[in-house]
Structure formats: structure tokens, C-alpha cells
Design a protein around this ligand. Structure first.
Ligand code: HEM
Length: 532
């Protein structure tokens, strides 16, 4: 009898909480959001609607299709997605009153890092500490590290070279698809950020894999695959974070009932162990008195040597975001631009002509000074970041308690608002013929007018702090490889398989690669890439 009573009360509670309350709230409509079309049949009632869309693998694409008709879409009971680029300033601009949404707090660890801290003064404090490390004027300091990684990348690429593809063949022999550009660009950015950030040589480009040691908090060492851990973490979190209040419960439920998620969460522990190991080792070098030129040094003390006295948890958190935000986004960007160039051979030919005009035929690593101002090269990068932004999804912001105007309309307080870069970059009034890869659009007299709506790195005070470093890496690598190699996709119409988690990138991009014919004697001269 007692059991029946308990079960009935529990069922009543669950039905009220999960069904009756959301339905009542929907019809009460305290914020007036019923006037907006909903993403799907349940999005107005529950965040499960958006979670369902996230599960399908490309939520921003669905939004794009809907935003063609509707400037505002309700993606959750308390969440609005915008499709009109004029909302960018209201949501992300320097003068916005919106803050980062609860989304970031839910994903934070014991301490906030630069990217997930919500409190504005706290963010300003952190950003001040790190800004000198990321500043444009300090880029020369990182150039030699990027050049070193480029040399190692080229050594790996040389080893994968096959015989030239004859002109009449458009489809390489599958056994010649020896170079996974997606994986190798990721090895590049991981090696680069570990060196720039922590003076550590991960050696992924040398070993051609991302196998690395992780360390648990109780000191156990074990090997894991870096990319698998990072990507699985993003995959699990981006599937379930959207129901903020239920995030922890959903984490437990997915662990319990889904072997796929159990595997993701297990790899998430591997990711934490990778970060912990890197931070611990670097701290030991710092404590041993090594003065190294890297981000970690900047975290620990200011330029006069005065300690910043950060807590250990905050240091680990900053190392984590450096290794995360600083690697996958740039690798996706590098992969995407190569994809677009291979799909648009006329653009590749024009880029090559520009690069060849400033590099000696035998030059292996493009010196940044020679290539940093090449207009077409930069246009190729920006056009790729436009059409396939690595961070596609609408970065959630929260309106202040008193509410805020968005697109000239009052939006009540504590509402989640966002605009996806994938959507914004396809607004035909700013980017005509948006599905076309057209670097030339960035070279027109009025191309500056597109800048406020180009949000690959987001905008305002919470815009990407690492964009200069990313452009440095992308520019040097792209110039160096188009100068030295020819590449071919598996077939001319090949498309990558994309999955949108926190970022959106190809799983793999297997290419055939061979050396360009740069003239007699030059090939021999540039034959050997010596790497220290
Ligand atoms: C193509 C490459 C990159 C893209 C597309 C990109 C994109 C972005 C975006 C969209 C944001 C805003 C995130 C949000 O609001 O939640 C962001 C922030 C950030 N990015 Fe990047 N990023 C790139 C490269 C890098 C690199 C190389 C680093 C580090 C070396 C980096 C470090 C950060 C950090 C620390 C933040 C947080 C900034 C803050 O809130 O003050 N990013 N990035």
C-alpha cells in the first residue's frame, strides 16, 4: 500500500513537472514568445526540442533554413535564435548589456577560464593578464614556433607524397589517398599551441599521431588519443547542455543508459587528464626556475616579475581553454580552406601565383613577413571562415534582468539569445550568392562593409583573443603547402562528412599529395627538410 502511494505521488510529481508545468507556462506565455515560430513541435515547451536537433548533427543548418523565412525563432521555452545580422551588435557588440549565458557556467569546471567566465569585471581581469601574450605586437615571438611546426608538417607531407596525378585523371587511386589533411592540420595546431602556450613539444607531427600521456589527479599515468578525447567531450556536452537545469542529471542519465555517451564521458576524463598532465609538468618547470617565453609564464607573473598569484584551479582552467580553443578551431579552418581551394581550382591557381611571386622556388617554410600582407591569400582564408565558420552555432548570451532591445524590440530579462555565424554569414544582403566560395568578395572597394557581420571569431568584448595567432598559423601553413605541393580530393565532387558539436568540422579529409614541379634543380635543392 505504502509503495503504491509513493509511486503515485512520484508519478504525479513527474507528470506535473515535465508535462503540466511546461504546458501551463507555454500558454501563460509570460514573456510573449509564442509570437515567434518554434524550431519544432516541442521547442516552445521544453529544451528537449533543441537537444533533439543537436542530436541530429547540424542544428545551425536547420536554423539557417528556417531563418530564410523567420528573423526570430524560438529554440527553447526561454531561448531565441536570430537570423537578421543587425542583431549581432545588440547581442555581442561592445556596448551590449547581454552577458554570457548559463550555458558557460554549466560547462565550467571548478574554476572559470577566460572563455567561460560570465562576470564582466572578472572577465576583464583575466583578459588583462593574458592580453599581452596574445597581442599583435608579440606575434614575432611565436613565429619561430609556427615555422618549426610547418617544417615538421612538411616532413610528414613529403613522406606521404605519391606520383603526380596525370592531367587526364580526376579521381586518384584510393591507395594514393595517403594524407589525412584534417588529422595533420590538427597535429599542427596541437603541437603549435602546446609550444606557444607551454613550451612543450608534444611531437604529434613527428610521430604522425596524437597519442599522449594523461595523468589523473592521484598521479596515475596513461596513454590516450588527444583528438578523440577533445572531440568526444565536445560531442557529449553539446548534445545535452541545452536543458541547463538538467545538465548534471542528464549527464548521469546518459552515462547510465547510453553506451555511446558512457564512452564519450570516459574520454572526457581522458581530456581532463591530458590538461592536468600538461599544467603539472609546466608548473614543475616554472618552480624549478626556468624562465620560458610562453603563455604560462604570462599567467604566472606580470612583465616586472610580480606574481599574479592565481589559484592552481584557475591555472589548470586557463591551460585547458588554451589547449582546446587554441587548436581545433584553427585546424578546422586550415582543413576547410584547403577543401574550398581544391573544389575551386581557379582560386587555387590564383593563390599559387600570388604565393610564388614572393617565395623563392626552393623556399620550404614561407616567412611570415613575405606572406602576411598577400591580399588574395587573406581573402581565401576569410572566405573559407565565412562560408564554413569553425564555430558555427549561436553562442548563447543572456539579456540583463531589466531586459534589452534586440532588433528594436524589447526582449525581457534573463532570456537566452544568439545568432549563429553559419546563419549570419549566409545573409544575401551582406554576402551575395552566399553558397559560392568567392574570395574576391573580400577584395572589393566596399568589402569593409561586410566586417561587422563577419563573426567567425565572434564580436565585442568576448570576441576571440587568439585570432592573430590563428591567422599567423593559417597563413604560414597555407602559403608553404600550396608552394610545395599539389593535392587531390578523393574525387572532384567529394564532400566532407560534417558534425556540429561545439565546432563544426570534417571528420577526415583524405588527400593524394605530390610535389609540384618547380623547375629543374629546385626540387633537388628543396628535397631535404631538416628539422632540429
Ligand atoms: C580559426 C580559429 C579560431 C576561431 C574560428 C575562433 C573562434 C572563437 C569564437 C567564436 C570565440 C567566442 C566564443 C564564445 O563566445 O563562446 C572565441 C573565443 C576565444 N578564443 Fe578563439 N577562435 C580561433 C582561434 C583561437 C586560438 C588560436 C586561440 C588561442 C591561442 C583562441 C582562444 C580563444 C579564447 C581564450 C577565447 C575566449 C575569449 C574571451 O572570452 O575573452 N582562439 N574564439
Amino acid at each position: 500500500m505504502y509503495e503504491i502511494l509513493v509511486a503515485s505521488v512520484a508519478s504525479l510529481f513527474l507528470i506535473s513537472y515535465f508535462i503540466i508545468l511546461p504546458v501551463v507556462n507555454y500558454f501563460r506565455d509570460p514573456k510573449g514568445f509564442r509570437r515567434y515560430p518554434a524550431l519544432n513541435a516541442i521547442a516552445g515547451f521544453t529544451d528537449l526540442g533543441f537537444m533533439w536537433e543537436a542530436q541530429k548533427g547540424f542544428r545551425s543548418k536547420t536554423l539557417y533554413e528556417m531563418h530564410k523565412k523567420h528573423p526570430v525563432i524560438r529554440i527553447g521555452p526561454n531561448s531565441l535564435s536570430y537570423g537578421d545580422v543587425h542583431a549581432i551588435k545588440d547581442i555581442y557588440g561592445h556596448s551590449t548589456k547581454c552577458t554570457k549565458d548559463v550555458f558557460y557556467e554549466k560547462l565550467a569546471g571548478t574554476h572559470f577560464h577566460l572563455a567561460d567566465v560570465v562576470d564582466k569585471p572578472e572577465h576583464a581581469r583575466k583578459r588583462k593578464v593574458l592580453s599581452s601574450a596574445y597581442a599583435l605586437k608579440n606575434l614575432e615571438g611565436w613565429e619561430h614556433k609556427v615555422a618549426d611546426k610547418t617544417e615538421r608538417f612538411i616532413r610528414g607531407c613529403d613522406a606521404a607524397c605519391t606520383a603526380p596525378l596525370s592531367k587526364e585523371f580526376k579521381r586518384p587511386d584510393p591507395k594514393d589517398l595517403t594524407f589525412d589533411y584534417r588529422a595533420w592540420t590538427n597535429f599542427f595546431t596541437l603541437d603549435a599551441i602546446a609550444d606557444i602556450g607551454l613550451s612543450e613539444r608534444l611531437g604529434f607531427l613527428d610521430q604522425g599521431s596524437d597519442r599522449v600521456l594523461g595523468e589523473t589527479m592521484d598521479g596515475k599515468l596513461h596513454y590516450v588519443n588527444y583528438r578523440e578525447c577533445l572531440h568526444s567531450t565536445a560531442r557529449a556536452q553539446s548534445s545535452i547542455v541545452w536543458a541547463y537545469d538538467w545538465y548534471k542529471v542528464n549527464e548521469k542519465l546518459t552515462r547510465l543508459f547510453s553506451s555511446r555517451f558512457r564512452h564519450f564521458w570516459h574520454l572526457n576524463e581522458g581530456w581532463n587528464d591530458i590538461v592536468y598532465r600538461r599544467a603539472k609538468q609546466r608548473l614543475a618547470r616554472y618552480e624549478a626556475g626556468e624562465k620560458l617565453d610562453d603563455f604560462f609564464q604570462v599567467l604566472m607573473e606580470d612583465k616586472n616579475g610580480t606574481p599574479n598569484n592565481l589559484e592552481w584551479g584557475e591555472i589548470v582552467a586557463e591551460v585547458s581553454i588554451m589547449l582546446n580553443a587554441g587548436s581545433d578551431t584553427t585546424a578546422i579552418a586550415m582543413n576547410n580552406v584547403m577543401f574550398w581551394l581544391l573544389r575551386n581550382p581557379a582560386c587555387l591557381a590564383r593563390l599559387r601565383e600570388e604565393v610564388d611571386s614572393v617565395l623563392d622556388p626552393a623556399e620550404v617554410v614561407a616567412p611570415y613577413d613575405k606572406v602576411k600582407h598577400l591580399p588574395y591569400l587573406r581573402a581565401c582564408l576569410d572566405e573559407s571562415l565565412r562560408i564554413t565558420p569553425p564555430t558555427t552555432f549561436g553562442l548563447p548570451r543572456r539579456t540583463p534582468p531589466e531586459g534589452a532591445p534586440i532588433l528594436g524590440e524589447y526582449i525581457p530579462g534573463n532570456t537566452s539569445v544568439s545568432i549563429s555565424a553559419y546563419v549570419a554569414h549566409r545573409d544575401p544582403s551582406v554576402f551575395p550568392d552566399p553558397e559560392r566560395y568567392d574570395p574576391d568578395r573580400w577584395l572589393q572597394p566596399n568589402s569593409k562593409d561586410m566586417q561587422p557581420y563577419f563573426v567567425a571569431f565572434s564580436a565585442g568584448a568576448r570576441g576571440c583573443i587568439g585570432r592573430n595567432i590563428s591567422y599567423l598559423e593559417q597563413t604560414v601553413l597555407l602559403a608553404s603547402v600550396v608552394h610545395r605541393y599539389e593535392f587531390a580530393l578523393p574525387h572532384p565532387g567529394w564532400e566532407p562528412e560534417l558534425w556540429e558539436s561545439m565546432n563544426c568540422g570534417a571528420k577526415t579529409m583524405p588527400l593524394k599529395v605530390w610535389r609540384r614541379d618547380l623547375g629543374a634543380g629546385v626540387a633537388a635543392e628543396a628535397e631535404k627538410v631538416e628539422v632540429a
